[in-house]
Design a protein around this ligand. Structure first.
Ligand SMILES: *Cc1c(COP(=O)(O)O)cnc(C)c1O
Ligand SMILES: *[C@@H]1O[C@H](CO)[C@@H](O)[C@H](O)[C@H]1NC(C)=O
Ligand SMILES: CC(=O)N[C@H]1CO[C@H](CO)[C@@H](O)[C@@H]1O
Length: 563
């Protein structure tokens, strides 16, 4: 087995990770583009964008440089240290320039579906092209199709705040490029992950049983979706080992109507029958948190019908409105029914490193597993989702394999962690490096300050909304997300649905800011999530002004009188 790294794929990775940009003047590029298009037509759709960037890079690099062309003719030299140094410096400049000018781009990409096929040739070039040309293409053709998640005017979904530390860790990981499935494939990768997850667990004051010295431990998954899938599999197999595999059709999973769709997908993958996937109702009386009575009632009903409740997922910081399920109560119900209790704190978990927000995960002691996305609100570049389990053997039981070709002394002796047995894929990246960088380069106090600052900015936005009687804040703000809406006219027909949809649509398509929406109790709600890396007070104020101006225009338009 050979895993292969070239400077070209390394550059493509840097570029991809950070949605890199390049400020170049490329007058001739336009002509070249038209020329190429007429010669080549459109691109084959089946390449992934990343593969394409790498392919373009590997084919173009060197057309300016005769020695590289000669090398390629006599046999490719894909990892030359000096070439890497030179080109990686250029790439870093390119990315730094992107961050410097990020505010000049429309936040939400303004392209139409299929735009890129028009711009790229339909097959890969035969001869190398230059890095300069490719970076020009990134500027001219790729960046217009990028939605700028790191822009200070980005307020949609949840943030994905990158940082210099996260970036450097990602860069180092791409540079070393190990595939760390077993301890032996790079002991440092496994051991650093164990240590860093223990550090983070202590910062969150997670219960001792999640730490590596006991029966539990932490692992980095790619996403919260993978995290919930692996624990669902562990829980499923644990109960089926007890009851027998024919009981699969009787297993019931519970979450609230505010929980993330990833659990539903996990059920589909894990073979849980969809009619046994329970979506429990929440409403404004609990600010959209699960209520213990609703859960108990659903469980009793299922038990009476001969079904087997086995998995209960609570959310701390729901995706719609950052509702917080009451973990202690929910956990006690799970325990008394012998169910696996999973806590999804993908977004809000980060805030719990601050003592004043830690109480939101009180009750996590009851949990069998706990998940938080460091790539959302913890300055760690995507992807890095941290998962802790109370009993790692359940996970390993479900996910381990032991083929001959992977056998080695350390694994056989059972003295090491082999993370391949804690996740779906075999191969895994050295992701702990970036989390380690973030923790070391910033330190706990700065990270706390950073969370508090975002929450303060969200508070400011909430105050601005509350001070304008045309608007309302829909649910109390808990973290850095504000849910609000423009109030409909009293005689409006659709309870403000169209009015608010149009408000979102016009501000988004202006390119000035990017917000998203949700629906709560049938109401169309606007979501304003603070947390992009460069957001400051002035961006909040400007965003609010854009929203107010648009609202005034919409309300003044006689065509909107039915709202
Ligand atoms: C974002 C989010 C997820 C899904 O995250 P991925 O890492 O993209 O799978 C799951 N749950 C909650 C509460 C989230 O906010
Ligand atoms: C924001 O507005 C855009 C452009 O009008 C629209 O296509 C998009 O659906 C909106 N974004 C979200 C997240 O709903
Ligand atoms: C390094 C980086 O980009 N992180 C930023 C994340 O967001 C906060 C608050 O807006 C900034 O202060 C950080 O600099």
């Amino acid at each position: 087995m050979v895993w292969y790294l070239s400077p070209l794929s390394f550059l493509g990775k840097l570029c991809w990770v950070q949605e890199a940009g390049y400020r170049g003047s490329c007058q001739d590029e336009q002509n070249l583009k038209a020329d190429e298009r007429s010669r080549h037509g459109t691109v084959t759709p089946s390449f992934s964008a990343l593969t394409r960037v790498n392919l373009i890079l590997s084919n173009r690099l060197g057309s300016e440089n005769p020695s590289i062309v000669a090398e390629m003719e006599s046999g490719l030299k894909p990892m030359d240290a000096e070439e890497l140094r030179e080109n990686a410096h250029k790439m870093v400049d390119f990315i730094a320039d992107y961050y410097k000018s990020i505010e000049s781009y429309p936040v939400l990409s303004q392209v139409q579906p299929g735009y890129l096929r028009e711009l790229l040739p339909d097959s890969a070039p035969n001869h190398p092209e230059s890095l300069q040309d490719i970076l020009s293409d990134v500027q001219q053709k790729i960046l217009p199709g990028v939605t700028h998640w790191q822009s200070p005017d980005y307020f949609a979904y949840f943030p994905s705040n990158s940082s210099t530390a996260g970036f450097l860790g990602e860069m180092l990981s791409a540079g070393i490029n190990i595939v760390g499935f077993s301890w032996i494939t790079s002991p440092a990768a496994t051991e650093l992950e164990v240590i860093v997850l223990d550090w983070l667990a202590k910062m969150l004051k997670l219960p001792e049983h999640f730490l590596s010295h006991g029966k539990g431990g932490g692992v980095i998954q790619g996403t919260a979706s993978e995290a919930v899938l692996v624990v669902l599999l562990a829980a499923r197999d644990k109960v089926l080992r007890k009851l027998g595999k024919y009981f699969l059709g009787k297993l019931v999973v519970y979450n609230s109507d505010q929980a993330h769709s990833s659990l539903k997908k996990a059920c589909q993958i894990a073979g849980i029958h969809m009619e046994n996937y329970r979506v429990l109702k929440t409403d404004s009386s609990t600010s959209y948190a699960l209520s213990a009575d609703v859960i108990s009632e659903a469980i009793s009903k299922d038990c009476a019908a001969g079904l087997i409740p086995f998995f209960l997922c609570a959310t701390v910081g729901t995706t719609s409105s950052t509702a917080v399920d009451p973990l202690s109560e929910v956990g006690r119900i799970a325990k008394s029914n012998d169910m696996w209790f999973h806590v999804d704190a993908a977004y809000a978990g980060s805030a719990c490193i601050c003592p004043e927000y830690r109480h939101y995960i009180d009750g996590v002691e009851e949990a069998d597993s706990f998940n938080m996305n460091a790539h959302k609100w913890f300055l760690t570049n995507f992807d890095c989702s941290t998962l802790w389990v109370k009993d790692r053997s359940a996970l390993i039981h479900s996910l381990s394999t032991n083929p001959e070709y992977l056998k080695n002394k350390a694994s056989q002796a059972n003295t090491v962690v082999d993370y391949k047995d804690w996740q779906i894929p075999l191969g895994r990246r050295f992701r702990s490096l970036k989390l380690w960088m973030v923790l070391r380069l910033y330190g706990l106090q700065n990270l706390q300050r950073y969370i508090r600052n975002h929450i303060k900015l969200a508070e400011l936005f909430e105050e601005l909304v509350a001070a304008d009687s045309r608007f309302e804040v829909v649910v109390p703000r808990t973290f850095s997300l504000v849910c609000f809406r423009l109030l409909p006219r009293p005689d409006g027909q659709d309870n403000g649905y169209k009015l608010n949809y149009n408000l979102m649509d016009t501000v988004n398509s202006s390119g000035k800011i990017f917000i998203s929406h949700t629906v709560l109790s049938g109401q169309f709600i606007l979501r304003f999530a603070v947390g992009a890396p460069l957001t400051e007070e002035r961006h909040i104020k400007a965003a609010w002004k854009a929203l107010q101006d648009q609202a005034s225009a919409l309300l003044a338009d006689p065509g909107n009188s039915e709202f």
